[in-house]
Structures are given as structure tokens and as C-alpha cells.
Ligand binder design. Structure first.
Ligand code: NDP
Length: 403
């Protein structure tokens, strides 16, 4: 069994660390390090309680490459699992290169001062990882992550050619708060307020944020409004499945959430440029995060289910008339909470992070360089989803999406 060093101690990390501890045959040792040691200790205590396994904890500022490299040298992990924030991706990749350790994350790098979502910064590390003989696996969460593996599984088993791909992310959960975000509020709000972008006939088409609304009847959740957004897996999917003519991403939002967001935006509270208040520099969005409920604290009261999946239309294997397939997972907030003490949004990200780490530690997925999820054989990953709490289902749809 291998040794994983997990960085970050939020909701996603909590789920991943619990799940690693539940699989000691794969993860012989798990070490957890983050900015706030007490949060690491709280996760370690819960893991001990639920599984009997011991997780060693350390304090680390992952923005500091030298300090992180020193920690890696001390702990000697076989893999670094980055479950801190996207801002730390590049410093952690640097620390891995410095110490010769493979790397995994769940979200692509973003600079703090511009809400810009693209893989270019991390893809630029391709040569350095390859030359160092190391593997970096990007985006091993649900979306990106499972949605990317879903696309490659559909392609491998059902399609000669995928013509259109839609990723639908529905959170039918209710946390009982007037306004809260299900994961890090700063990251969440930056993503939602950014312009929508989808891929069509070789070009990216940009439209204003939240301007495309559709209703969709989600399995086990029911009818919800969803909005077209940009999401990072679109960029890697159209790169690795260049046959795709149109790729879009949709996410559900309730009316109350959107109304709150509109007000916050109108009054300037979602700005990411610093303002001076009483002689101190404050980034309004970071201040907003400080007054909103902690996503990790919502678990106990959240009810309902998430349903996330891919709808693909294209030519079936062996040719013939076009077919449409819908491949999805449904995850129950309360069941997720019972298992690891975290709600389904953290659960659906933390479980695939554990599975991606297992793929790397066991050598099931291997290579040198920087990789996205859809570049590997989807089957072993899909098997583990079924076994570790995120079972999936595939359905035939009579028609392609009509919108
Ligand atoms: P949280 O905000 O709950 O947790 C982030 C953790 O990272 C916190 O413990 C935080 O420390 C720590 N951290 C932040 N900065 C540093 C630093 N400089 N050094 C060390 N630790 C640091 O986030 P989530 O758990 O919700 O999300 C974790 C990651 O997962 C994010 O990158 C997010 O974008 C991604 N994600 C991916 C999804 C997917 O499907 N692919 C879906 C949801 C999330 P502190 O406690 O001190 O603040």
C-alpha cells in the first residue's frame, strides 16, 4: 500500500481522507497538512472514531514552495493530493517537482486577482513533469473528474463519435439557510458570476453569466431550472475528444440563491479587487466569505439529492442512426453525511479524489507528464465509483436535447 499526503482540510479533504482510511489496503499511510492545524486534527479525530485508522497531521502554508518541499521531504509520501484551493495548484506542483513526488488535484489553477478558468498554466508543466519522470493528474473531483471519465466511458463503450456533449450538474439539496454556498463561497461565486462559455464548431462562444436558462427533469430529483455556465472540463474534453462539435455545461440554481447573488453583485460585495476600508485593504468577496455560513457546517441540516451526469448524442459503435445516452450519479446528502460527516457536494468531490489517488498509487493509471482524467481507461475508475459510494446509471434517451 502507498502513502498519500493530502493538503487542505476543508469538506472535500475530509471526505477523501475518511475514504482513504476506509481502504487501508490501498492507502497504507495517510498524512494530512493544511493552513489551520486544528482543522486537520478534527478530521483525524473523526477518522479515528469512524475507522480506527491514525492520520498524522501537520501545519503548512501551501503558497510557500520551500516549506511544502521540506514537509514532503520529511513525510516522504508516494503521492501529493491537493485538496486546498485552486490558488495553490502551481506552488504545489512546484513542490512536487522539487521533491520528485507525483501530484493530483480537483480544480484547475486560478490566479487570485482574475476569475480566469483555463488549463494553460498547468498544461505548461507538461515537459517538466515528463522530464522528471513524474505524473500529474488534474481535476479528479466530480466535475471536472467523474464527468470527464463519464465522457470517455460513453465514447469507449457506446459511440463511434460523440457529436454533442452536455454536462448537467443538479444540486437538489436544501440546507435550510437563506443564502449559503455548498463549497468554498469565494470559488463558487467567482465561477457563477463569470460569463458563460460553450464550445461550438471549433470556437468558444461567450454569453453573459446566467443568461441561458432551461428546465430539466432530473432523475430522483425532479424538475429544476439550470443555467449554462463555463466549466473547466469543457476545455480538456474538446481537446482530447476533438470530434465533439458542441460541448456545454449546465448547473441548477434556485430563485432565492440567484436573487441573493444579484443583490450582492449589485452592491459590489462579489468584487475580487481590493478596496480600502478604515485604512485596511479588503477584498469584498473574501469578506463576504467570512460572514457566510461555512459550507462544512451545512452538512448536518442538508436534505435532498445531487444528480450530476453527461448527455451525449452521436453515432453509435458500428455506425447507424444517432443515439443519445444519459450517464449520471445520484447522491443523497443525508446518506453522505452519515458516512463521513460531510454533505453530498463534498462527498461527490472527495470520493473521486480518493479514487484518482488509488489509480495512481496502484499504477492502474500511469504515465509521465500532466494528464486530464479522460486520457485514461475509464473502466477501473467506473468500477471503483460503484464500489465506493457513487454508483452510476446509464439510460437511453429517445431524442437529443431539444435546446
Ligand atoms: P474549503 O474552502 O472547505 O477547504 C479548503 C482548504 O484548503 C481549507 O482547509 C483551507 O485552509 C486550505 N487552504 C487554503 N489555502 C491554503 C494554503 N495557502 N495552505 C494550506 N492550506 C490552505 O474547500 P473545499 O473542500 O470545498 O474544496 C477543496 C477543493 O476542491 C477546491 O480546490 C475546490 O475548488 C475543489 N472542488 C472541486 C470540485 C469538483 O467537482 N472538481 C467540486 C467542489 C470543490 P483554512 O481552513 O485555513 O482556510
Amino acid at each position: 500500500p502507498g502513502h498519500a499526503l493530502v493538503i487542505g482540510a476543508g469538506g472535500v479533504s475530509s471526505v477523501a481522507v475518511h475514504k482513504m482510511a476506509m481502504n487501508p489496503d490501498i492507502f497504507g499511510t495517510v498524512t494530512l497538512a493544511s493552513r489551520t492545524l486544528s482543522k486537520c486534527d478534527a478530521i483525524a479525530a473523526s477518522v479515528k472514531d469512524r475507522t480506527g485508522e491514525t492520520v498524522a497531521t501537520h501545519q503548512i502554508d501551501a503558497d510557500d514552495v520551500d516549506a511544502t518541499a521540506a514537509l514532503i521531504d520529511k513525510v516522504k509520501p508516494d503521492l501529493l493530493v491537493n485538496l486546498a484551493l485552486p490558488y495553490q495548484d502551481l506552488t504545489l506542483m512546484e513542490a512536487c517537482l522539487k521533491t520528485g513526488v507525483p501530484y493530483l488535484d480537483t480544480a484547475n489553477y486560478e490566479p487570485k486577482d482574475t476569475a480566469k478558468f483555463e488549463y494553460s498554466w498547468q498544461w505548461d508543466y507538461q515537459d517538466r513533469f515528463r522530464d522528471a519522470g513524474l505524473m500529474a493528474l488534474l481535476g479528479s473531483g466530480f466535475d471536472p473528474g467523474v464527468t470527464s471519465v463519464f465522457a470517455s466511458w460513453l465514447k469507449k463503450h457506446h459511440f463511434d463519435r460523440i457529436r454533442t456533449l452536455d454536462i448537467l450538474d443538479c444540486n437538489g439539496g436544501d440546507h435550510g439557510q437563506a443564502f449559503a454556498t455548498n463549497f468554498n463561497p469565494e470559488i463558487n461565486i467567482r465561477e457563477v458570476t463569470a460569463p458563460a462559455r460553450h464550445y461550438e464548431n471549433g470556437d468558444w462562444v461567450e454569453t453573459p453569466a446566467l443568461s441561458h436558462k432551461q428546465s430539466f427533469d432530473f432523475p430522483e430529483v425532479g424538475e429544476k431550472n439550470m443555467y449554462m455556465m463555463y466549466h473547466e472540463e469543457l476545455e480538456s474534453l474538446v481537446t482530447h475528444l476533438p470530434e465533439i462539435e458542441r460541448a456545454r455545461f449546465w448547473m441548477t440554481f434556485g430563485d432565492a440563491y440567484l436573487t441573493h447573488l444579484e443583490v450582492l453583485q449589485n452592491v459590489g460585495m462579489t468584487r475580487i479587487d481590493p478596496i480600502t476600508y478604515q485604512g485596511q485593504e479588503i477584498v469584498p468577496l473574501q469578506f463576504l466569505k467570512a460572514v457566510l455560513p461555512e459550507p462544512a457546517g451545512l452538512g448536518a441540516t442538508t436534505k435532498g439529492k445531487t444528480c450530476i451526469g453527461d448527455i451525449a448524442t452521436g453515432t453509435p459503435k458500428g455506425g447507424g442512426d444517432e443515439i443519445t445516452k444519459y450517464l449520471f450519479n445520484v447522491c443523497d446528502h443525508e446518506e453522505a453525511y452519515r458516512e463521513t460527516g460531510n454533505q453530498a457536494v463534498s462527498y461527490t468531490t472527495g470520493v473521486p479524489a480518493m479514487i484518482g489517488a488509488a489509480m495512481m498509487l496502484q499504477g492502474t493509471w500511469s504515465g509521465t507528464g500532466v494528464f486530464n482524467m479522460e486520457q485514461f481507461d475509464p473502466d477501473p475508475f467506473m468500477d471503483m465509483l460503484n464500489k465506493h459510494g457513487l454508483p452510476w446509471e446509464v439510460r437511453d434517451l429517445d431524442d437529443p436535447l431539444k435546446f
